[in-house]
Design a protein. Structure first.
Length: 265
């Protein structure tokens, strides 16, 4: 299988090195990544400046590696539409391994998840992967990378619905302490919204984000609860944001008797 790998941490991150190393044992791996840190970039694209692309010597088993001046979403979009040759187009997009969790509503800001969502926009099966630990060595990421590589053959007969990705979060514990796998839904906020007001040496006010980790029921079927219970969380995520269940209620309220002309009066 041909796999396009990207992230929001750039090519110097050990997470992507471990992922490419594990995937390249069985698969043809191509890498298109930002040329620097792009964490929390969300699903942004570059519109008003040119995107610079550089090809690097491939490492860790990758077939080819490119860096771009763009966002994580740019990397997938330009990678598939402009950089990769026809015989290099991916069967799957995998982003990560992110250093830190991508859980709950925080995925709305995640460049890692946005990479996978961009793949889904192009109808390519896509997976976002994150390691929820503090260590940054390549060895720390290898268990997550092995899990992702072992997961792929088990997904061989899984049908990725349109506009849906799998968001995988691996607990920051030793492999022998993993309590299992949980198929989860997105939780709420992982961190509270709090800012600490400070004064710089010149007397100017600035703010530092200082949110604390939220609490959640230990038995909740959410990704946040799964990680807290040392379980690998796999969450099917879609960018289909329309709340279809309330469309009828809104239509009845705003367009009674099939007339929506009230705004002209």
């Amino acid at each position: 299988m041909r796999i396009l790998v990207s992230n929001d941490d750039g090519y110097t991150a050990n997470g992507i090195h471990a992922l490419v190393e594990a995937l390249s044992i069985q698969h043809e791996v191509y890498v298109v990544v930002p040329n620097g840190e792009r964490s929390a970039a969300g699903h942004s694209l570059t519109l008003h400046t040119p995107i610079r692309v550089d090809e690097l010597p491939p490492k860790y088993g990758a077939k080819k590696v490119w860096t771009t001046s763009g966002t994580p979403g740019d990397c997938i979009k330009i990678g598939i539409n402009a950089i990769l040759a026809e015989n290099e187009k991916p069967d799957m997009v995998i982003s990560g391994i992110n250093h830190g969790p991508n859980l709950g509503t925080d995925i709305l800001y995640s460049g890692t998840v946005s990479c996978a969502l961009e793949g889904a926009l192009m109808n390519i099966p896509s997976i976002a992967t994150s390691y929820c630990g503090n260590l940054t060595t390549m060895d720390a990421f290898r268990p997550t990378a092995k899990f992702v590589a072992d997961l792929l053959p088990r997904l061989k007969d899984f049908y990725f619905p349109p506009r849906v990705i799998l968001n995988v979060n691996y607990p920051g514990v030793e492999p022998e302490d993993i309590a299992g796998i949980a198929i989860t839904e997105l939780g709420g906020k992982l961190f509270t919204d709090a800012y600490e007001k400070r004064i710089d040496p010149r007397g100017k006010v600035y703010y530092w984000m200082a949110g604390e980790i939220t609490s959640a029921p230990a038995d909740a079927m959410t990704d946040i609860a799964a990680i807290r219970n040392n379980r690998i969380s796999i969450t099917p995520v879609t960018f289909e944001m329309t709340k279809t269940k309330i469309m009828g209620d809104l239509n009845s309220l705003l367009c009674k008797r099939e007339s929506c002309e009230w705004f002209k009066s």
